[in-house]
Design a binder for this molecule. Structure first.
Ligand code: NDP
Length: 390
């Protein structure tokens, strides 16, 4: 039996992972499930998959979790330290599907125990790419991409030589506001930003898709995971979300990965890698789809892409600044404190302030420094937003 843990089990990726694992109960021994506030889901799943341990990220939720799992034999724990300890429990395969920079430390803990880390939490690579990859190397642990674009690139590269790669093209649906007039974006509401045309995902990544911050994070993730020159990475709008990514080679060939917009494909690929197994996803009927469309992204509409390119050029801890400021601006948008277009302006202002402090941004990439930088970026984002409001 393979020992598996799912970090962020109660979320969208986590639930899709549980769906796959629950279909083959004889194959998996579930070590740990972690969640946040959704205690009912965490407890239901921990019972259903007979997990050894269930952890909520919040100490305030421990009593509820304990009550929900009374008599089940599932061990319970709470808090950030418990989360990292859960990730450190020996397992063969760990899904990293916590949302945000909070996923970094548990992911590193999983790599340190030598587990294969299936990485949905893109923020880990954005904030601390070198640290994550070095940790994997040092502990002989494997890191497999789960973001659909990166899984697609990974699959297109099987058997290929990176030296022959001319370009990596990641696709973007364009999100909820692709066809909106630019002027209307100023007053886009939370409900409007929280609905994705093709994918069913957590609220934060859905809003990030509308603002293209999600694609901006993915640009950085591509650079870090595949160690490729940012100039070789392109983003193209592809409204149907059928082609997830393409790799262009030096002979002019382009290998495209085509599949339905269902995360169970990328999760299943990482779960069964290096094999391919039957997955319960729809099969595409290309004749019925008829046509696929592509367009260049409009920089004025999506400033996040420009910011991501600046972050890649800057290097150091700029990714942690970018992500921390973005998470805080997103919190403020969700809370109704700032408008949709304000998010990119806040992030840009925080990056500008950090760029004036090379001692901060060029500090060594340790977990402590990344965490501190993340906290500072959030604080500065709050200060920028307070200044703009006043
Ligand atoms: P969700 O918001 O649906 O789920 C997030 C998970 O993280 C939940 O289990 C949540 O717990 C938990 N969580 C939230 N805050 C914390 C915290 N501070 N500490 C520990 N756990 C926490 O997110 P998604 O599943 O959509 O996304 C997860 C990750 O995967 C993100 O990094 C996202 O960018 C990436 N991703 C997602 C895709 C998708 O299709 N959804 C596609 C590709 C990548 P609870 O809900 O119980 O509060």
């Amino acid at each position: 039996m393979r020992r598996v843990s799912i970090l962020g089990a109660t979320g969208s990726v986590g639930q899709n992972t549980i769906d796959l694992i629950a279909r083959a109960p004889d194959e998996y021994d579930v070590v740990a499930l972690t969640g946040g506030l959704n205690i009912a889901q965490l407890a239901t799943d921990a019972r259903a998959v007979n997990a050894d341990l269930a952890v909520t990220a919040y100490e305030s939720q421990l009593d509820d979790l304990r009550a929900a799992l009374a008599g089940s034999g599932v061990e319970v724990a709470a808090g950030q330290v418990a989360l990292t300890e859960a990730a450190a429990r020996p397992a063969d395969w760990v899904m990293s599907a916590i949302v945000g920079a909070a996923g970094l430390a548990p992911g590193i803990a999983a790599l340190k125990q030598g587990a294969t880390l299936a990485l949905a939490n893109k923020e880990s690579l954005v904030c601390a790419g070198t640290l994550v990859l070095d940790t994997a190397r040092r502990h002989n642990a494997r890191l497999l991409p789960v973001d659909s674009e990166h899984s697609a690139v990974f699959q297109a590269l099987v058997g290929e030589d990176m030296a022959a790669v001319e370009r990596i093209i990641i696709t973007a649906s364009g999100g909820a506001f692709r066809d909106w007039p630019l002027e209307a974006l100023k007053s886009a509401t939370l409900a409007e930003a929280s609905s994705h045309p093709n994918w069913n995902m957590g609220q934060r990544i859905t809003i990030d898709s509308a603002s293209m911050f999600n694609k901006a994070l993915e640009l950085i993730e591509t650079k870090e995971y595949f160690d490729v020159d940012p100039a070789k990475i392109e983003v193209i709008i592809h409204p149907e979300s059928m082609i997830h990514a393409m790799v262009g080679f030096n002979d002019g060939a382009i290998m495209a990965h085509v599949g339905p917009p269902d995360m169970r494909h990328a999760i299943g690929y990482a779960l069964h890698w290096p094999e391919r197994r039957d997955l319960p996803v729809a099969r595409l009927d290309l004749a019925q789809i008829g046509q696929l469309n592509f367009a260049a992204p409009d920089d004025a509409r999506y400033p996040a892409l420009r910011l991501a390119r600046a972050v890649m050029a800057r290097g150091g801890l700029a990714g942690a600044v970018f992500n921390g400021a973005k998470e805080r601006a997103l919190d403020a948008f969700i809370a109704g404190r700032i408008g949709f277009l304000d998010m990119a302006e806040v992030v840009e202002e925080v990056l500008t302030r950090f760029n004036a402090q090379p001692d901060l941004i060029d500090a060594a990439m340790t977990l402590d420094n990344v965490t501190q930088t993340d906290h500072l970026a959030r604080k500065w984002a709050d200060a920028v937003m307070a200044q703009r409001a006043g």
